[in-house]
Design a binder for this molecule. Sequence first.
Ligand SMILES: NC(=O)c1ccc[n+]([C@@H]2O[C@H](COP(=O)([O-])OP(=O)(O)OC[C@H]3O[C@@H](n4cnc5c(N)ncnc54)[C@H](OP(=O)(O)O)[C@@H]3O)[C@@H](O)[C@H]2O)c1
Length: 270
Amino acid sequence: MGKFYLRGKNVLITGASSGIGKELSQCFAQEGSNLFLGCHPSEKDILIKWANELQDRYAVKTVTFPIDLSEEKGPENLYQRVKRSVDRIDVLVNNAGILLYGNFHEISLDRQELLVRLNLVAYFKLMRLFLPQMVEAKVGRILNVVSAAAFQPTAHHATYGASKAFVQSLSEAVNQEIKGTGVKVFTLNPSYTNTPILKGGGFPDRIWWYKISGLSDPAAIARKGIKAMKREKEVYIPGRINWFVHSVLIRFVPRRLTNFISYWGLRARS
Ligand SMILES: NC(=O)c1ccc[n+]([C@@H]2O[C@H](COP(=O)([O-])OP(=O)(O)OC[C@H]3O[C@@H](n4cnc5c(N)ncnc54)[C@H](OP(=O)(O)O)[C@@H]3O)[C@@H](O)[C@H]2O)c1
């Protein structure tokens, strides 16, 4: 299989109006990719402004899709609208997500169901919808923005961690199934990153775990994520300490202890 170049490729990014998704869109524009950008309908004007900026700055094509992916047919709707706008998507970046902080039994069922629809079902559906054409063409990439939360239970945001664990397992298994087809599935697994997701959903200003993980810069996460994808790194945890904790240490610490440490580390700190 030949090398995969990003120049001239059609890249679809969900949640491109802020945070890591916005920074990823800038990185892909710098690479010369055409951008198909999704956002929540409430962010429509912000995304259109950002898309125009990228178009002017990098001379790439941009198209925006303000669609609520947590709606029952949101992912199907996005797929249909993208198909009407372009022949094929070469790179799918699943990124849109939310985080809810608090005890599982206290956060409303409706809000948690919305999280599952967005963080889990939308990723799963968009992968399933876009993958067949990539496999048939024998070329394509899926980059799932997951989280370091995928590798262990995350008390205080249990449903969030569980949604990320689902996507991690799915991504790795599908990537194995399609080996040799020219298509690959990658995961980007940042630890806590300074974006609006940590400002809502009841997330505390600071948690104890920041003392270990720090708080990453979304632009750096996006840059490193694209670099890792270009180097064909299938699972990428940015930052040496984060990589050590979530990829090495976790294999030697009993799961019950990991869960306990996570419970203490993810508590609010004043
Ligand atoms: N920040 C972290 O600490 C961190 C760490 C690891 C992984 N991640 C993951 O990185 C991804 C991006 O998050 P972020 O940190 O960059 O947060 P963010 O800035 O809040 O970005 C989330 C994006 O998803 C969009 N979105 C939210 N609800 C949506 C909906 N119903 N339909 C369509 N789009 C919707 C948001 O649009 P609106 O602005 O309109 O809501 C926004 O563009 C998420 O999957 C997150 O789990 C984040």
